[in-house]
Design a protein around this ligand. Structure first.
Ligand code: ATP
Ligand code: MG
Length: 492
């Protein structure tokens, strides 16, 4: 039950109802007071002369004393004709000298004279109210006139017009057909507004409930749950944002799954790649130990060389893994220095000449004359070019060619290309080759003994330097990797 009333529908409904009740109460209050004032104003307009008549038609004083007998009679007659009227005789200070008001004892001794004087002095006065001596907390419509005898101001006739008839609002309302009708119409309007309001709130909260339902569904594992959006406005904006967020979460999950799959493949690859050279090393060492003296010097040398090359492979693999994990942990800071790019490329070229020749691959280098100094980490950049050349050598068959080209273009840019005439990369695979652990599965792939870390390392290093790399490839024609350096920032 508590949960039911906790719902947005009920919260908004209660607030709405509360506002309705407040507005209607204020409206009622204003209507009733206005009606009452209007009633009093009308009385004042109709009976405005009544005090003047009493004052002029009768002798209110005999000398300085009040003509009580005559006045009682006059007051009584007036009230018989108009029972809601109460008449008072005041002296010039406002003291009540005599009065006729049935059923009540008056408590007030003096009546304030300001409204009375205003009433008398202004012909065309506004609606005025003054204190009712019987009930000093209330103000009522009145009529007043000066009592002048022998040219001398003796006092005032003060007539309260409202009388006792309508002392409170409910009496006024239920005493008037029009006001009763007004109240009834207002109650009707209130109920209609409440019903329409509830339906509207119901509609709005229905959409919100649907949204909450979908979000809960998503939270409970249905990753396909999306909020259906209609039209424009805050709610659809909210829904769109949730849907976008859900898409991002789903694509992140897919990405994590993909990386995890690659990672598991790497563990398998690495274990395999570690095991092979280790088995070779172990086998040869065992042979050397067992055969010992029986081995010729040549054989011993050959065995030891094999052990050495297998150890190198292991070392290389472990280094690559270590390198990438350091780059990824952002543990590696760049040792920036200015150096001639031409020299570095020459070095890489020289180092790879022999292995290329032994693979029957032709390596050439083309460096234009105006090559600049670049600001970068030499060691890391050497690794980048070495990895690219390694790949070119690995994926280019006999009699193929590899070119290293460096040139400036568009005045401010430097381009360094490693181009091979090898087996190429399928267009579908191109976007993935920079992912760590990624290797293209080819049918005749006996040659590829790597781990798929080379290009991931290349990309990480270039990202650290904010250099770009573009790859272009055609299957069975060759591949070109193009590194672009912005010389306005990084050259001299
Ligand atoms: N020049 C190239 N020609 C054809 N395919 C290439 C070339 N360079 C990279 N590839 C493809 O991209 C994949 C990823 O390259 P990467 O250098 O990251 O890994 P790898 O060379 O297999 O292993 P590692 O470099 O760690 O020894 C390679 O397995 C290969 O299939
Ligand atoms: Mg490689």
């Amino acid at each position: 039950m508590k949960k039911f009333f906790d719902s947005l529908f009920w919260k908004i409904s209660f607030v709405f109802l509360f506002i309705l009740v407040i507005i209607s109460s204020v409206y009622m209050y204003i209507s009733v007071t206005t009606a009452e004032m209007y009633f009093q104003e009308t009385r004042q307009r109709l009976d405005t002369e009544i005090a003047a008549h009493i004052a002029s038609d009768n002798d209110c004083f005999i000398g300085d004393s009040v003509n009580t007998d005559v006045l009682k009679n006059v007051f009584h007659n007036v009230m018989v004709i108009n029972p809601s009227i109460e008449v008072y005789l005041l002296n010039t200070e406002g003291k009540i000298l005599t009065y006729f008001a049935p059923y009540h004892e008056i408590t007030l001794e003096y009546v304030p004279l300001d409204p009375i004087k205003e009433f008398i002095s202004l012909e065309d006065h506004e609606f005025l109210m003054a204190i009712d001596p019987k009930n000093p907390t209330q103000k009522k419509a009145f009529s007043a006139a000066e009592v002048i005898e022998d040219g001398e101001l003796k006092g005032y006739i003060y007539v309260i017009l409202g009388g006792e008839e309508y002392e409170n609002a409910s009496q006024l309302v239920f005493g008037s057909y029009i006001l009763r009708l007004g109240v009834r119409s207002m109650v009707f309007a209130l109920i209609t507004a409440a019903v329409i309001g509830f339906i509207a709130i119901g509609f709005i909260t229905k959409n919100i409930r649907a949204m909450v339902g979908t979000i809960r569904e998503f939270k409970n594992g249905n990753l396909n749950a999306r909020i259906k959006t209609k039209g424009k406005g805050e709610l659809s904006e909210f829904s769109d944002s949730f849907n976008d967020m859900a898409d991002t979460i789903v694509s992140n999950i897919d990405e994590i799954k993909r990386i995890d799959k690659l990672r598991r493949e790497l563990v398998a690859n690495v274990s395999h790649d570690l095991r092979t050279p280790l088995a070779i090393i172990r086998g040869y060492i065992e042979t050397v130990l067992i055969k010992d003296e029986k081995l010729s010097a040549d054989e011993r040398k050959k065995y030891l060389e094999t052990i050495l090359s297998s150890t190198d492979r292991l070392l290389n693999l472990v280094e690559e893994l270590f390198e990438l994990s350091k780059l990824e942990a952002k543990d590696k800071t760049l040792q920036l220095e200015e150096f001639p790019i031409a020299e570095l490329l020459q070095d890489v070229y020289q180092k790879n000449l022999i292995i290329a020749e032994s693979n029957k691959i032709k390596v050439t280098i083309e460096l234009s004359d105006n090559l600049p100094l670049i600001k970068a980490d030499v060691g890391m950049m050497e690794k980048v070019f070495q990895n690219l050349v390694d790949n070119a050598l690995k994926f280019t068959p006999e009699n193929g060619s590899i070119k290293l080209i460096a040139e400036r273009f568009d005045n401010n840019n430097l381009s360094i290309k490693v181009i091979d005439s090898g087996i190429g990369i399928d267009k579908d695979q191109l976007p993935n080759i920079f992912d760590k652990y990624y290797q293209i599965k080819r049918v005749s792939d006996g040659k590829n003994k790597g781990t798929g870390l080379g290009l991931a390392i290349v990309k990480k290093i270039l990202d650290l330097h904010k250099f770009d790399i573009v790859v272009d490839s055609e299957v069975n024609k060759g591949t070109s990797f193009n590194i672009i350096i912005n010389c306005t920032l990084d050259c001299k």
